[in-house]
Design a binder for this molecule. Structure first.
Ligand code: 3PG
Length: 212
């Protein structure tokens, strides 16, 4: 298992972080760390994503920082240059996967069908995002779809929160769950960073209750 896989397997949640203003990045990251989760997937959904990754990497040492919603090779380069250690995309883009492999960076594309999982295996991938998890059938679909692919680990993302987190984490094929429930846009916008810390701590309680 790679170092990154080990970190994901230990914390089992991947908070997705979307910031519109650069100055929000570090307080959000610090709140996640304070809540027990030293992981952030910064989404390329605003013009400051690359700069936010760079700032978190610089100012919050020890945090595992990745880039999410990566849609093209230029964003991969921007993310890696800023210090991102992994790249997540909503679907399989061959150019993105090949470029990440060339750069030696973990890439986690999204899949939702057996055909897409097969394509991902052909590209040499073993860790995939199951997206958008709840909308396409949730843990029931994941259990059924993962059965023939025992070599694949999944990170379900989309519609996951405190109420359904443990249901996903109980599946053997689930390495971790991704999502924005700890870093809700309204909390970020209002600067309510202590609530991000509380939600992170609650998520880690769920993870710890399962690993006992
Ligand atoms: C993503 O891009 O990974 C999702 O937007 C996260 O999904 P969520 O907001 O439903 O958690």
């Amino acid at each position: 298992m790679s170092d990154i896989n080990q970190i994901l397997a230990r914390y089992r949640v991947v908070p997705t972080v979307s910031v519109d203003k650069l100055e929000q990045a570090v307080p959000v990251a610090q709140a996640l760390v304070a809540g027990g989760i030293p992981i952030a997937e910064v989404l390329f959904r605003s013009g400051v994503a690359g700069a936010a990754i760079r700032r978190i990497v610089t100012d919050v040492p020890g945090m595992l920082v990745g880039a999410g919603t990566v849609l093209n090779v230029a964003q991969v380069d921007e993310a890696i240059d800023a210090g991102a250690q992994f790249v997540v995309s909503p679907g399989i883009d061959h150019a993105i996967v090949k470029h990440c492999h060339k750069q030696g960076v973990l890439v986690i594309p999204g899949v939702m069908t057996p055909t897409e999982i097969t394509i991902a295996i052909d590209l040499g991938l073993r860790l995939l995002k199951f997206f958008p998890a709840e909308a396409i059938g949730g843990k029931t679909l994941l259990r059924a779809i993962s059965a023939p692919f025992s070599q694949i680990d999944f990170i379900p993302t989309g519609g996951i929160g405190p109420d359904n987190l443990s249901g996903y984490l109980e599946s053997d094929c689930v390495l971790a769950c991704g999502g924005s429930w700890m870093v809700r846009p309204d909390l970020v916008e209002a600067g309510r960073f202590e609530e991000i810390e509380t939600l992170s701590r609650q998520s880690m309680s769920v993870v710890e209750s399962l690993s006992r």
